[in-house]
Design a protein. Structure first.
Length: 74
């Protein structure tokens, strides 16, 4: 997915990929709230068949507001 974040407070910026099956499956990409000057943090999670607990927090070393960037799962 291609995303360019807005400047300023990003609280609540979330992108999710959800399945349309009875089982609860999802892939989460969330940029945690940011007060100007603080580092951006990307939080990911995988929910498979209703089970989660795979959250990861990744410090973003670049400015995600400068241009569109491609994010994905390898």
């Amino acid at each position: 997915m291609k995303i360019k974040l807005v400047l300023g407070d990003l609280a609540g910026t979330v992108t999710e990929l959800l399945s349309a099956q009875p089982a609860h499956d999802e892939l989460d990409f969330a940029v945690l709230g940011n007060i100007s000057g603080n580092q951006y943090i990307l939080q990911t999670n995988v929910v498979a068949n209703g089970f989660s607990g795979r959250e990861q927090q990744i410090d973003i070393w670049f400015d995600p507001t400068m241009k569109y960037r491609t994010y994905g799962i390898l």
